[in-house]
Design a protein around this ligand. Structure first.
Ligand code: SF4
Length: 496
């Protein structure tokens, strides 16, 4: 993961700070509601959306089952098209490969296509350490980079900024990175976009090397695919002499026909468009046209560990559309920074712990709990990833990773419950004790339906009752009721 997120607090602590920022919550609520509505309208146009969605899931599952075969095929296709293929086990290897290419060509600046994989491996920081400046060319990424900020959304990394904040960043920071913003810059979207266009154009014309990711990699033809809205990616992919693409190994799809399914699913799910404005495809080197030296880095960085997890591997279907972020009630209130990762929201809450591994870092271990398990993320996911199922699975892993030699109160409570429920005699005894406790502890609360709850219990029970209701035990246990009524066959009054 990118080093810029290292040292982030746990999700609850970061979320508490984010919740106190009313401007942030206003920006997020407005932006997510807008994208949500656009997506819903675009999806409603397709009669067989559910079938399309399950086709996408089936293609991804098939590819992941035969990943070794398709990756080798992709490597062969890319190599025969003139690209150089590298394999990177982790972030350090991937960053080292890119830095070596830059060093070999004496390049001291690169332009970048928006890419989650390069953020995940902390490429900008690694290149800076090697004396190479990496310039983001996606408008939202540029805002984040100039503002010295962290991305907070997969698709709209600057979603936490409003336009007057963007204007201030441009006026303050653009000059340090190249062409300054006009002194009379307004906060009109068209004026801001024009300032970015002029600033970036100089970068496109001066940079000799570009770095990209890829949304998809077609094994049969060695074609890499980038979908985008602004066209800045296409400038990077066509103008410089050297191109390095960092591609997560889960991005491979077997054929062009498979790609067809994803090019329908992705734009409707991400930007709520029928089709994204720019889809760039390239395979290796074409003499006299575009980059004349093309490198492709196939990146693992924890993905094979995810593949080994029978429940969690479905997360590798993800096409990074960000629909799950926009519907998540937790994300909408906290924003992306609270997740301490380049992958925020529901997909981040499962992908980050699986890529990093649980049990090492409190911030990562807190992520599977950053959810209400409402299931909205699963409903909108275009490749039907059951995120709630993975969250519950990861919570179990986190609990197991923290099982102490000296058991916690919760472990003791669960063991005691298991022991009690394991014998009819012990259960009978427990029911008697519970009935007695119910008479001794005052019932201080009553729900609107008339159900009574126990009041505050003494420690350690108070750790439960301080935050939750504990229903008062019923006056009669189920077993006694069963015996008295012959399993409900005898009426309460005693007749059958
Ligand atoms: S998990 Fe599904 S909804 Fe979320 S970003 Fe990935 S593909 Fe999109």
């Amino acid at each position: 993961m990118t080093t810029t997120f290292v040292g982030m607090p746990t999700f609850p602590a970061a979320a508490r700070a984010a919740l106190a920022d009313t401007q942030l919550r206003r920006n997020l609520a407005h932006a997510t509601a807008t994208i949500r509505a656009k997506r819903a309208a675009a999806v409603a146009e397709i009669d067989d959306w559910e079938e399309l969605r399950h086709s996408g899931a089936a293609i991804k599952d098939h590819t992941l089952r035969h990943l070794d075969t398709y990756l080798i095929q992709l490597e062969q296709s890319l190599t025969s098209a003139g690209a150089t293929v590298h394999w990177a086990r982790d972030a350090a290897e991937a960053c080292g490969i890119v830095a070596d290419v830059a060093r070999r060509h004496r390049v001291d600046e690169v332009v970048k296509v928006k890419s989650m994989a390069t953020q995940e491996i902390g490429l900008n920081e690694a290149l800076a350490a090697a004396g190479v400046a990496a310039w983001e060319t996606d408008l939202a990424e540029l805002i984040v980079q100039l503002g010295g900020d962290l991305p907070s959304h997969i698709l709209v990394p600057a979603i936490h900024r409003n336009r007057s904040e963007v204007r201030e960043i441009f006026l303050r920071e653009m000059a340090r990175a190249g062409r300054p913003a006009p002194a009379d810059l307004s906060d009109e979207p068209a004026a801001l976009a024009n300032a970015a266009r002029l600033h970036l154009r100089e970068k496109f014309f001066s940079a000799r090397m570009a770095v990209s990711g890829a949304n998809f990699a077609v094994a049969e033809s060695g074609t890499l695919v980038v979908v985008e809205s602004e066209g800045n990616g296409r400038m990077c992919l066509t103008l410089p002499d050297i191109l390095v693409s960092i591609v997560g190994i889960e991005k491979v799809v077997p054929t062009w026909a498979d790609l067809d399914v994803f090019l329908q699913l992705l734009p409707r799910s991400s930007t709520g468009e029928r089709m994204n404005p720019y889809t760039s495809t390239w395979a290796g080197v074409t003499p006299g046209d575009g980059p004349q030296e093309v490198h492709v880095v196939l990146l693992d960085n924890g993905r094979t560990n995810v593949l080994a997890d029978q429940v969690g591997r479905q997360a590798l279907r993800c096409i990074r559309c960000s629909a799950c972020l926009n519907v998540c009630p937790v994300y909408e209130r906290t924003g992306g920074h609270a997740y301490g990762s380049v992958y925020p929201g529901p997909i981040g809450a499962v992908l980050t712990p699986m890529l990093r591994g649980v049990g090492h870092d409190p911030s990562t271990d807190s992520l599977p709990y950053a959810s209400t398990l409402c299931g909205a993320c699963y409903e909108v996911c275009p490749v039907a990833i059951d995120i709630p199922e993975i969250l519950v699975h990861l919570r179990a892993q986190v609990v197991d990773a923290h099982r102490a030699r000296v058991p916690h109160g919760q472990d003791v409570a669960m063991k005691t419950a298991g022991w009690t429920l394991g014998s009819p005699g012990r259960l009978r005894m427990a029911e008697r004790l519970r009935g007695l406790a119910g008479r001794l502890v005052p019932h201080s609360r009553r729900s609107p339906e008339g159900r009574a709850s126990l009041g505050r219990l003494p420690w350690p029970g108070s750790r439960w009752t301080d935050a939750r209701d504990l229903p008062a035990p019923p006056a009669e246990s189920f077993r006694r009721w069963w015996a008295r009524t012959n399993g409900g066959r005898r009426a309460e009054g005693g007749t059958t």
